[in-house]
Ligand binder design. Structure first.
Ligand code: PEP
Length: 250
């Protein structure tokens, strides 16, 4: 982490909560927000976004968990990036491994969604990460390179994208890579961004680690040179844990 990049601690609430739960969680995060230096972001289920928008204070950013690539039209059950923007979002997660696995999303789909986010004026949180089979066979960095090449729009820059490295095998499992492994992948991501988009993009883009981050392991992960925050699943559902992770940012 460097002074040039403000840490971002993002909560992916996934398909959890009710209006009451979401209101209480948003209020809990809001109460603690003034005490942390990191930028805080919460990404509730789309149906709860208006509820959370009403409960959050201005110090906490709001995001969607996914968007459709099209601006509008006959896409039953979907939300466009423009709709998220209209509902008060500044961010949208795209390419989460659960979308890639459960919905067959390819790098091309993810890139189109990130472009939609940019079109709507949202910052795209683009998720990438290897499977355990990839890691076991030494393919992690190749997989990461391919996902970056396919998922990141050409017009991406440090202002309109955040990249989240989430090893698939670490999500929701309680397992994490070693800190050295995380730093190796993050340094690789930054080098790929530098080669493809130049020094300013590489120096400014925020790289989040995601996968079983919790208060107990956050400090070591967030202290790594190329880790600029976290994408938090399970631990983002408790305001105290989410804020404790944020407070661990150097
Ligand atoms: C996630 O789903 O993005 C995630 C990181 O989940 P967890 O923190 O629960 O592993």
């Amino acid at each position: 982490m460097t002074d040039a990049r403000r840490p971002l601690i993002a909560g992916n609430w996934k398909m959890n909560g009710s209006a009451t739960f979401a209101t209480e969680l948003a209020q809990g995060v809001s109460v603690g927000a003034p005490g942390v230096l990191a930028e805080l972001l919460v990404c509730p289920p789309s149906v709860l976004i208006p509820t959370v928008a009403a409960a959050l204070n201005e110090g906490v950013a709001l995001g969607g968990q996914d968007c459709h690539a099209a601006e509008s039209g006959a896409h039953t059950g979907e939300n466009s990036a423009e709709m998220l923007k209209d509902a008060g979002c500044g961010y949208v997660i795209v390419g989460h491994s659960e979308r890639r696995t459960d919905h067959g999303e390819t790098n091309e789909h993810v890139c189109a969604k990130a472009e939609a986010a940019h079109r709507a004026g949202l910052c795209a949180v683009i998720c990438i990460g290897e499977t355990d089979a990839d890691r076991d066979t030494g393919k992690t960095l190749d997989v990461i390179s391919a996902q970056l090449a396919g998922s990141v729009p050409a017009a991406s820059n440090a202002a309109n994208m955040v990249i989240a490295y989430e090893p698939v095998w670490a999500i929701g499992t309680g397992r994490t890579p070693t800190n050295d492994d995380v730093q190796e992948v993050h340094a690789h991501i930054r080098a790929v961004v530098k080669a493809s988009r130049g020094d300013a993009a590489a120096a400014g883009v925020r790289l989040l680690y995601g996968g079983s981050m919790k208060p107990e392991n956050a400090e070591g992960l967030l202290a790594l040179a190329d880790v600029d925050g976290g994408l938090i699943g399970g631990a983002s559902l408790k305001a105290a844990d989410f804020l404790a992770i944020a407070a661990s940012c150097p």
